[in-house]
Design a protein around this ligand. Structure first.
Ligand code: PLP
Ligand code: TYF
Length: 401
C-alpha cells in the first residue's frame, strides 16, 4: 500500500540531536535544539513550576475535558502577560484568546483561521531566515509563503534597509510574520526605534502583523521589555495576531502550553471570532491538554509565584548572557581566532548565529564531536563552565582549518 511513499527529510534541527546521541565521545556537545540547559548541561525544571505542581496535586483536581478554547483563567492570564495591563483591547474585553498546543499549535490555529477568515489576502511574509517550521506550518494552513529580507551576512546584523524595502513592496493587506523578540535563528532583533518604523510601514501598506512570541523573558530577562514590539503595535492601533509559547520561559516544553490571540474591535466581534476559533480547533484536536495550562495558570495567577518565576527567567537569560561574554572573550582575547566575533555578545535570546560555514560545522561535528545546525546556529544554553573552553578551542581549530 505504501510502496510509493517517498522517504522525507528529517527535521533539520531535531536531526542534530539524533547525531549527537549516536556519538559516543565523552567530549561531545549538543548545541542544536533550543532547549535550556543548566550549568551542568542538564534539563532544568523551574522551582516555580515544581511549586505550582505541588500545590496542584494537593488539590487533587479532576481530569475532565477543558472547553475547546482551553482554561479560561489561563488564557486571560496569558493575554495579560503579553499585552500588559494598560492594553486598550484587553481593558475593553476585545481580545479573542484560545489555549493552544504550545507555540506551534498557536501558529497553526492562527494560520488556519487567517486562511479561512482573513478577507484581504492569502499571502504571508516570513523573515529570511526564519524558524524552519514556519514555512510548513503556514503552507499546510493554506497560505502562500513569501520572504522578506532580514539577515545581512556582511554585517552579521539586521538588513534593515532590505526589510523596509521588501515590506514596502509587499502587496497591500498581506500578512507579515514578526518574531516578537529573540529572533530564531539569528538572535538579532530590531531596536525599539526600528520597531516603530516597521509599525509605520505596516500601517502604510495595511499589512496584517502576526507576532510569534516564543521567548518572552528570554531575550532581555524582562517579560515586559520583551513584549515591547507587541505592545507598541497594539498601542498604535494595529489589529494583531499573536502566538505565545510557554515552552522556553516556563521550561514547559513537553507539556505543550501556549495561546493564540487576535485583537478585535469590540466584544461582539470578539464573540464571533471566538466562535470561529472553536470551529477551527474542534475538528483538529477537540480541546487542549490540562496539566501544563494549570501549572502556567498557577504561576501567572499567584503574586509570589509570579515574582519567583520572573527571577528564574532572568536567571536563565543571565546565564546565557554570561556564556556569550565568555565565548567572545575566549575567541577574541585568548585564542585570537581570525574574524570578528562581536555579534556573539550583541545577539540575544537562546541562539547565536555564529557565521560558521557548513564545512566548518561539519568539521566541528566530525572532528570535535560538537553538534549544531548547518546554518551555524548554536543554542547558547548548551554551553557551560565545563565545556565552553573546549568549544572555543574547537571553533578556533575549525576556523583556522
Ligand atoms: N516559534 C519559534 C520562533 C520557535 O523558536 C519555537 C520553538 O521553540 C516555536 C515557535 C514553537 O515551539 P513550541 O511549539 O515548542 O512552543
Ligand atoms: O529552534 C529550535 O531549536 C526550537 C525547538 O521541530 C524546536 O524552536 C526545533 C525544531 C522543532 C521543534 C522545536
Amino acid at each position: 500500500t505504501w510502496s510509493a511513499v517517498p522517504a522525507g527529510p528529517p527535521d533539520p534541527i531535531l536531526g542534530v540531536t539524533e547525531a549527537y546521541k549516536a556519538d559516543k565521545d565523552p567530549r561531545k556537545i549538543n548545541l542544536g535544539v533550543g532547549a535550556y540547559r543548566d550549568e551542568h548541561g542538564k534539563p532544568y525544571v523551574l522551582p516555580s513550576v515544581k511549586e505550582a505542581e505541588a500545590r496542584l496535586s494537593a488539590l487533587k483536581p479532576d481530569k475532565e475535558y477543558l472547553p475547546i478554547t482551553g482554561l479560561a483563567e489561563f488564557t486571560q492570564n496569558a493575554a495579560l502577560l503579553a499585552y500588559g495591563a494598560d492594553s486598550e483591547p484587553l481593558k475593553q474585553g476585545s481580545i479573542a484568546v484560545a489555549q493552544s498546543i504550545s507555540g506551534t499549535g498557536a501558529l497553526r490555529i492562527g494560520g488556519a483561521f487567517l486562511a479561512r477568515h482573513y478577507p484581504n489576502s492569502k499571502i504571508i511574509y516570513l523573515p529570511v531566515p526564519s524558524w524552519g517550521n514556519h514555512t510548513p506550518i503556514f503552507r499546510d494552513s493554506g497560505l502562500e509563503v513569501r520572504g522578506y529580507r532580514y539577515f545581512d551576512k556582511k554585517t552579521v546584523g539586521l538588513d534593515f534597509e532590505g526589510l523596509k524595502a521588501d515590506l514596502l513592496a509587499a502587496p497591500e493587506q498581506s500578512i507579515v510574520l514578526l518574531h516578537a523578540c529573540a529572533h530564531n535563528p539569528t538572535g538579532i532583533d530590531p531596536t525599539q526605534e526600528q520597531w516603530a518604523q516597521i509599525s509605520d510601514i505596516v500601517k502604510e501598506r495595511k499589512l496584517f502583523p502576526f507576532f510569534d512570541m516564543a521567548y518572552q523573558g528570554f531575550a532581555s530577562g524582562s517579560t515586559s521589555r520583551d513584549a515591547f514590539a507587541v505592545r507598541h503595535f497594539v498601542s498604535q492601533g494595529h489589529p494583531i495576531a499573536l502566538a505565545q509559547s510557554f515552552a522556553k520561559n516556563m521550561g514547559l516544553y513537553g507539556e505543550r502550553v501556549g495561546a493564540f490571540s487576535l485583537t478585535t474591535t469590540d466584544p461582539d466581534e470578539k464573540a464571533r471570532v471566538d466562535s470561529q476559533l472553536k470551529i477551527v480547533i474542534r475538528p483538529t484536536y477537540s480541546n487542549p491538554p490540562l496539566h501544563g495550562a494549570r501549572i502556567a495558570n498557577k504561576i501567572l495567577g499567584d503574586e509570589a509565584l509570579y515574582t519567583q518565576w520572573e527571577s528564574e527567567v532572568k536567571g536563565m537569560a543571565n546565564r546565557i548572557i554570561s556564556m556569550r561574554e565568555k565565548l567572545y572573550s575566549a575567541l577574541t582575547h585568548d585564542l585570537k581566532t581570525p574574524g570578528e566575533w562581536g555579534h556573539i555578545k550583541s545577539q540575544i535570546g537562546m541562539f547565536s548565529f555564529t557565521g560558521l560555514t557548513p564545512p566548518q560545522t561539519k568539521a566541528l561535528a566530525e572532528k570535535a564531536h560538537v553538534y549544531m545546525t548547518a546554518d551555524g546556529r548554536i543554542s547558547m544554553a548548551g554551553l557551560n563552565g565545563g565545556n565552553i573552553e573546549y568549544f572555543a578551542e574547537s571553533v578556533d581549530a575549525a576556523v583556522k582549518g
